[in-house]
Design a protein around this ligand. Structure first.
Ligand SMILES: [Zn+2]
Length: 276
């Protein structure tokens, strides 16, 4: 079991490695640019080269890049779709350059067009992306508003139609909020397996939930302080498949102190069940 956090990149990729060292992350996730802006940050070759060298020394794996929130991959405005495709292609190209393994995307919002049309838009957009060595992980969602990907049925429909390098990022808070009670993990696993093969799941976003199971309201909480609780995380980590995946926290933080505590809690559970 590898444990890491979503780290800031605002002060440059070398600073990100300092955070990684401070937190003793085995793996980590980043945004390549401001997640709430269409602007892409220009990064020079030197910064990327230095970053790769430092990573090589530490063997952090996997490095994950997360798509900015601003993109809706279920969009149906042709002009916007083109813009999104170009944006993601550029991000994936840079992800490859920095040595990332996964690119996480949110399956978007249907905005009143209905889930069927929304999923079709997602499939069409994913099919249009350029080929690369990066695996795209589609993240499950809480089902807030018109968001797609809160049912594992959505994933099986997408995967059936696409012959690309795809997988799933399993967010624990989103799974819980969309109605999967992680405290009964064996049942959750069976429910997921009705629709997809577990081997599609490559990464865990480890977040506790401020809101109830089935709330469809996306609010992350510190590990053990939310409705999933330590018991819920024990159930996941104990599991022979899930407990051996990389875990990355996206819990609230004002400083790195909170990340450190959350990582320590997960590490203790991992040690307790022989996963570390
Ligand atoms: Zn997430």
């Amino acid at each position: 079991m590898k444990i890491g956090a979503h780290l800031w990149t605002g002060e440059g990729l070398i600073k990100t490695i300092e955070y990684c060292d401070f937190l003793k992350c085995d793996c980590f996730q980043i945004f390549l640019s401001n997640p709430r802006s269409w602007k892409r940050k220009k990064r020079d070759k030197e910064e990327i080269k230095n970053f790769k060298q430092e990573i090589k020394k530490r063997e952090n794996k996997p490095i994950v890049v997360h798509m900015p929130y601003i993109l809706n991959i279920a969009e149906d405005n042709k002009k916007l779709i083109k813009k999104i495709i170009n944006f993601i292609n550029e991000e994936i190209e840079e992800s490859e350059k920095i040595g990332a393994e996964f690119y996480v995307i949110h399956p978007g919002f249907h905005k009143g067009n209905g889930e069927k049309k929304g999923i079709k838009n997602v499939i069409d957009l994913l099919k249009s992306l350029s080929k690369s060595n990066i695996k795209i992980l589609v993240e499950n969602t809480s089902g807030q508003g018109t968001s797609l990907g809160y049912k594992f049925e959505h994933f099986s429909t997408i995967f059936e139609k696409i012959d690309k390098n795809l997988g799933i990022c399993f967010d624990t808070a989103h799974a819980f909020q969309s109605g999967h009670n992680l405290l009964e993990f064996k049942k959750v696993k069976k429910d997921i397996e009705k629709f997809i093969d577990l081997s599609y799941i490559k990464l865990i976003h480890a977040n506790d939930s401020k809101t109830d199971c089935g709330s469809r309201i996306d609010r992350h909480e510190h590990i053990g302080k939310g409705k999933i609780g330590i018991k819920g995380f024990e159930e996941i980590i104990k599991d022979e498949y899930f407990g051996n995946l990389p875990f990355i926290i996206e819990t609230p933080k004002l400083s790195l102190k909170e990340d450190k505590e959350n990582i320590e809690i997960l590490r203790r559970i991992g040690e307790k069940y022989g996963k570390i």
